[in-house]
Structures are given as C-alpha cells and as structure tokens.
Design a protein around this ligand. Structure first.
Ligand SMILES: Cc1cc2nc3c(=O)[nH]c(=O)nc-3n(C[C@H](O)[C@H](O)[C@H](O)COP(=O)(O)OP(=O)(O)OC[C@H]3O[C@@H](n4cnc5c(N)ncnc54)[C@H](O)[C@@H]3O)c2cc1C
Length: 245
C-alpha cells in the first residue's frame, strides 16, 4: 500500500528479504521454524547516565540467567545490553526486576547501577538467537538477521548482515546471467553462507554454550587471564575483518 492508501502490485525477478530477525517475508513464506519462537532468552537495551564512565572498551559481565555487555558511548552515557533467560523474567515490571533483583547479583553491575541514572526508554528484542533459517525460495533470498542471528555475546550480527548481503549480490548476479531464479539455483547462496560463516558460528555456538553457565565459564576466563594471549586470539579470530576484495 502506498502513502495515498492505494494498493499497487509490483513484480520483480527476485526479492531480497532484509527485514530483520522478525522478518515478515520469512514468516509469510513459512521459512521460520516453531523452535525459534521458543528461544531461551530475551534481549534488553538500556541507556545509562554514569559518573566516572570508562571509555574505549567493551565489557561482558555474567549474572545468574544471563549476561550483560557494557560500552561507554563517549557522552557520559553507557549502553547496557543484556540477554536474560525468559523463564527467569516475571510477566510484569521486568525492567524493575532486572535493575533491583537480577543485575545486582554481579558486584560490578551492582556498583554500575548504583552510580547510574536510566535515560530514555528501555528496549527489548526476541528471539535473541535462532538457528539459521532456510534462506532461499523461488525468486527470494533472505539476508542479515532475516536469515540468521548469532548469540550476541560475540557481537557479529553486523558482520553476518553485510557479508551475507555481498554473497546474496553474487548469487543474484549469477541468476541474472543465467536467467534462472529458481530455488534450486538460488540454493548456492545458502551453501556460500554456510562456508563463510562456519568457523565464526562454531565459535559462537561454543560461547553460547558457556555464557549461560557461569560455573563452567568462570574457570576458563581465569585460565585465559593467566595465559595472556588466549582470549586475545579468540577475539582476533572472531573480529578481524576480511581484506576488501
Ligand atoms: C540490543 C542489540 C545490540 C546489538 N549489538 C551489536 C553489536 O555490538 N555488534 C554487532 O555486530 N551487532 C549487534 N547487534 C546485532 C545487529 O544490530 C544486527 O545483527 C544487524 O543490525 C542486522 O542487520 P539487518 O540489516 O539484517 O537487520 P536490521 O538492522 O534489524 O534491519 C532490518 C530493517 O528492516 C526494517 N523492516 C522490518 N520489517 C519491515 C517491513 N515489513 N517493511 C519494510 N521494512 C521493514 C526494519 O525497520 C529495519 O530497519 C545488536 C542487536 C541488538 C538487538
């Protein structure tokens, strides 16, 4: 429907769904699974005004049932993003529960909240994670979060979104050359994504397994602190950009 309220029909050889994790297109085409609506966690984002805020680093803190990422934005505020197990959340007053009961289990977060004032609206998102969807159909490709979301702790969503856009562009170019927009032909895009993302997704799955289990993760973090380069190597492996082609 356009701005004047009239419905018009548009036709195209191919449609790219880049409409995010709750992709209307993926739902319309039946490419979403029931399992992803039973996701383990809900994501929240809060903006805090903080005295003596530290800049230039990203911190990950664990608390029972979830984890939080903290990053200073350089204007006296910090971005506090968290993933928390759905079953731990009450049905109402969830932000108050997080602020007063859940996050203060972590001494660092308790101190951060004590020094903070919440600014702006809290935002939430669901599901936080789901397995890659089938990302092609006749005349259709899904890119970015519409096709896959990883556990946000390793922060690769934007990389996956942009890289999958490039891979989709290659597939679309080939489809125009051959004039073949069938699902069978477009399925090469899914294989290209699998090859490109296999390593990062593997690491992400491992981290996802550990991050909700502080008892398993804490000794590993202590070990890696002693080993110096171990954690740095992991971060390099996940975050180092590919050279532009
Ligand atoms: C709280 C939070 C923190 C994050 N932090 C990081 C981070 O630190 N690093 C990182 O790499 N990633 C991060 N991510 C993930 C990252 O934001 C996403 O992976 C990335 O934005 C995906 O890009 P996308 O273009 O696929 O989808 P989106 O950015 O979700 O864009 C989809 C767009 O489609 C539009 N849209 C939806 N439906 C329709 C429709 N029917 N018609 C028209 N338009 C529509 C939406 O309005 C939106 O603009 C974070 C995500 C969240 C929720």
């Amino acid at each position: 429907m356009n701005h004047s309220g009239t419905i018009s029909e548009l036709r195209a050889d191919i449609l790219i769904g880049a409409d995010g994790r709750n992709s209307w297109l993926a739902h319309r085409l039946g490419l979403t699974g029931a399992a992803e609506m039973q996701g383990r966690s809900v994501g929240f984002q809060l903006r805090l005004q903080v005295r003596d805020v530290t800049h230039g680093r990203v911190e990950i803190h664990l608390f029972p049932g979830g984890y939080a990422g903290v990053v200073g934005l350089g204007d006296g505020t910090v971005n506090l993003c968290l993933a928390v197990e759905k079953e731990k959340l009450p049905h109402q007053r969830q932000i108050e529960f997080l602020w007063n009961s859940c996050l203060p289990h972590n001494p660092y977060l308790k101190e951060l909240l004590r020094r903070s004032l919440r600014v702006g609206e809290a935002r939430s998102t669901y599901p936080v994670y789901f397995k890659p969807r089938r990302c092609f159909a006749d005349g259709v490709l899904l890119v970015g979060d519409a096709a896959r979301v990883s556990e946000p702790v390793s922060g690769e969503g934007m990389y996956f979104a942009m890289k999958s856009g490039l891979l989709a562009a290659e597939t679309v170019g080939e489809a125009f050359c051959s004039g073949d927009f069938s699902a069978a032909h477009l399925s090469r895009y899914e294989r290209a994504c699998h090859r490109s993302f296999q390593f990062r997704r593997g690491i992400n799955s491992l981290i996802r397994l550990l991050v909700y289990r502080p008892r398993l993760l804490a000794p590993l973090v202590r070990f890696s602190a002693k080993q110096g380069r171990l954690l740095d190597s992991l971060v390099d492996a996940i975050c180092t950009a590919e050279p532009a082609r």
